[in-house]
Design a protein around this ligand. Structure first.
Ligand code: ADP
Ligand code: UDP
Length: 324
């Protein structure tokens, strides 16, 4: 998949057209912005970290049945995504009071919000992304009522999955922002990115800020905090990995001429095995891999088959997985 043309350059990412009109390539940049881009900086290596962290979260959500735009990680700074029509809303979920919520309402920082708050902001840099109510969304047609309901439902599910995942790694998910987009059939997907640029992460015990607040508030060690999030994800995944063996069978589709099968059939007949009526010859591929779960291993093997091992025009496949 190649970058064909730059279609949009935003504050954190460049978006490229690809040879497939339904897909786009995201390039995560090293730039950091806050307060509607009034504060700006560049940190070498930040784009790599937000790309890797975002890909991990989006893939996790996808595996748990949440529709997301994520297709695959291409390299350290690029990922392939579904090209969508973005709904012009930023949806924020809050588990703990902080940030603009405290400023706006004068409430104390650090209050537990149970159930979590879901807020909608209009995605409009010129207006400074103002808070909007569901009545505003309906009155001005920013999104349909079913889409608003769907976004709220997905936000709460995403919150549950990510909160649990991060808790296991010693991180509190304080709040986060999601964007949503639609494909041509009107299906809704979680889009954009989920990273320390768009979430607040606090260390569970020390409450140390491990996100963009370090940049917003000049706390220092911004890149180190992003690295710490990535380290906790990667280390924990490694410690939980098991080894699996995939036994993959690749065979020609029914109806595709199998010349090897025909040759074997004719040789068997010439040796007197007249009872043999048909022979189809296939490939048997054995792969050993490490993975955090059987579910994840199965999804990786499926990707390998579709990307390389199987020619889906003429071949079919099946596989079994065993934990070693
Ligand atoms: P911003 O536009 O706020 O500066 P970015 O630098 O992150 O933000 O740019 C990425 C742009 O791509 C955003 O405007 C975002 O809404 C948009 N976007 C996110 N996901 C998709 C998608 N799947 N298809 C098309 N556009 C997307
Ligand atoms: N957020 C974001 N993009 C925005 C505004 C907010 O990703 O344009 C995220 C932010 O990182 C935080 C959450 O949404 O995790 C809530 O942010 P808040 O409304 O408190 O705004 P802020 O204090 O950042 O102005």
């Amino acid at each position: 998949m190649n970058k064909i043309k730059l279609i949009y350059e935003g504050k954190a990412k460049k978006v490229y057209e690809t040879d497939d009109p339904s897909l786009a390539i995201f390039e995560y940049k090293d730039s950091l912005t806050a307060f509607n881009a009034q504060k700006k900086d560049t940190m070498q290596g930040k784009g790599r970290l937000t790309n890797l962290i975002s890909a991990t979260f989006l893939k996790l959500l996808q595996d748990k049945g949440i529709p997301t735009h994520f297709v695959k990680l291409l390299d350290d700074n690029h990922q392939l995504v579904k090209r969508l029509k973005i709904i012009p809303l930023e949806v924020v979920v809050r588990n703990t009071s902080t940030g603009s919520l405290c400023k706006r309402l004068g409430v104390e920082e650090g209050l537990d919000l149970v159930p979590p708050l879901v807020e909608f902001y209009l995605k409009n840099d010129e207006l400074g992304d103002p808070l909007v109510t569901e009545d505003h969304i309906r009155a001005f047609g920013f999104a349909s009522k079913p889409h608003v309901e769907k976004m709220k439902e997905l936000c709460l599910k995403v919150n549950e999955i990510l909160s649990k995942y991060l808790f296991e790694r010693g991180i509190k998910l304080v709040d986060f922002k999601l964007e949503f987009g639609m494909d041509d059939e009107g299906n809704i997907f979680v889009a954009d990115e989920i990273s320390p640029d768009t979430c607040r992460f606090w260390d569970l015990t020390s409450k140390e800020r491990l996100d963009k607040d370090r940049f917003r508030k000049d706390l220092g060690n911004v890149l180190e905090a992003y690295e710490e999030i990535w380290r906790r994800i990667a280390d924990w995944d490694k410690s939980c990995s098991a080894e699996y063996r995939a036994n993959i069978l690749v065979y020609l589709k029914e109806g595709v001429l199998d010349t090897q099968g025909k040759a074997v059939l004719s040789s068997l007949h010439s040796l007197g095995y007249d009872e043999v009526k048909n022979v189809r010859v296939g490939k048997y591929i054995k792969i050993t891999l490490t993975s955090p779960s059987q579910e994840d291993a199965a999804s990786r093997v499926k990707e390998m088959c579709e990307d390389l091992l199987v020619n889906d025009l003429i071949e079919e496949y099946s596989f079994e997985l065993e934990e070693i």
